[in-house]
Ligand binder design. Structure first.
Ligand code: SAM
Ligand code: MD0
Ligand code: SF4
Length: 366
């Protein structure tokens, strides 16, 4: 059995990890050893990104959803909330304000809103037009998080220059997926990510932890995301939501999330890994960055009636999910917000790599 120092030394220098070695990292419980894990993750982050961190503005523009995910406040059967669908003008003005605050990307997120999935509604152009308008008006790259959408819509996103497709599997174990996302098709959700990648988009996948998974489930997810060669990988700790089937799930502290951030950094090395403000708000940011994350996500403008997902209102109207509140924390961590140009350059390089790999895959398939 390799000792921890040897293993961290190898991973810290970009070496490979065997599944049983990743499992041993997931099992770490000694505080000193966990700190060594985080330190190595920061070392790897510095090698690829220096001290730069990227900032993602978040616009949850429709909270209507046709699905019934057991963990989610916005599931169809939850009748206890007032839902909203923001107009094109509201979305544009919010995106411009976020851009002026210095975010690097606009993350356009929605429930699987049947109205928006139909082409072009009164107040709304079709989704690909909406996303393209945002790119044009803000000059920023756009991520779209619409849930599972058909291939023709993905094709339009790619043709309109949308950089990212985000779609979180939550777990890569079918049986657990069926419990978390009942009535949804495991393969179809994976297929959407493959299709987006084949179309030349960058892709993000993600794990939900604290939702009844085992260590082997987590290991499987890490191996899947490595195989899929995702460009961004996230982990979120379940925040049990009232009025949902997982309302009484025992709350989990954030240690597993932090270890997963560090392990993803060591196994996937040069990808983007979010520190989401949506789990513990601003108070949880430093720990996530110290574990090796390099993107702050879920930056939400206050007083606009916009919601978060896991924590729908935490820190939002107190203006604590804003760029000015984040910058001092980056500084405490010895980090700094990248220039918008630096992020665009990273995207361009990564997209070129995707296109190269796609060409190679096509050639070997012939
Ligand atoms: N409706 C789209 C979909 O499901 O793909 C887009 C929304 S997606 C950004 C919502 C994500 O937030 C989920 O995939 C899940 O990872 C996370 N999430 C939702 N509810 C959560 C909760 N209660 N606790 C933690 N994370 C949650
Ligand atoms: C976040 N609440 O960044 C958001 C969301 C969607 N692409 C991201 C899960 O944490
Ligand atoms: Fe809908 Fe997404 Fe929530 Fe599932 S996670 S219920 S698809 S908004």
């Amino acid at each position: 059995m390799t000792d921890l120092k040897t293993l961290l030394n190898r991973l810290g220098n970009g070496g490979p990890a065997e599944p049983h070695e990743i499992r041993s990292l997931l099992e770490l419980s000694s505080p000193d050893q966990i700190l060594e894990l985080f330190e190595t993750a920061r070392y790897v982050r510095t090698r690829y990104f220096g001290f730069n961190v990227f900032l993602y503005g978040f616009i949850y523009f429709s909270t209507f959803c046709r699905n019934n995910c057991t963990f989610c406040r916005y599931r169809r059967d939850n009748l206890s909330l007032v839902r909203y669908r923001k107009s094109m003008d509201e979305i544009l003005s919010t995106a411009k304000a976020l851009a002026a605050d210095g975010v690097h990307l606009i993350d356009l997120t929605m429930g699987e809103d049947p109205e928006l999935l139909k082409a072009g509604q009164a107040d709304h152009p079709p989704l690909p037009d909406l996303a393209e308008n945002l790119t044009a008006e803000t000059g920023l790259p756009v991520m779209i998080s619409p849930g599972r959408v058909p291939d023709d819509i993905l094709t339009e996103f790619a043709e309109r220059g949308i950089s990212w497709y985000a779609c979180y599997q939550e777990t890569h174990t079918r049986e657990l997926f069926n419990r978390l996302r009942p009535g949804q098709d495991f393969n179809a959700r994976l297929h959407a990510k493959h299709t987006a990648r084949d179309l030349g988009m960058l892709i993000e996948d993600g794990i939900l932890t604290g939702a009844g998974e085992t260590r082997d489930d987590l290991l499987d997810s890490i191996l899947w995301m490595k195989k899929l060669a995702v460009d961004q990988a996230r982990v979120m700790t379940l925040i049990p939501q009232p009025e949902t089937p997982l309302a009484n799930q025992q709350s989990q502290d954030d240690l597993t999330e932090l270890k997963l951030i560090a392990i993803l950094r060591l196994v996937l090395q040069d990808i983007l890994i979010p520190a989401s403000l949506d789990v513990q708000g601003l108070g949880g940011l430093r720990a996530r960055l110290d574990a090796g994350a390099n993107v702050v996500t879920s930056i939400v403008l206050p007083q606009k009636g916009l919601a978060g997902v896991a924590n729908h209102d935490l820190d939002i109207d107190a203006s604590r999910r804003t760029v000015p509140r984040i910058l001092p924390i980056l500084e405490q961590c010895g980090l700094t917000a990248a220039d918008q140009t630096e992020y665009r350059e990273w995207i361009q390089l990564r997209l070129r790599r995707t296109h190269r790999l796609n060409r190679l895959r096509k050639k070997t398939a012939c």
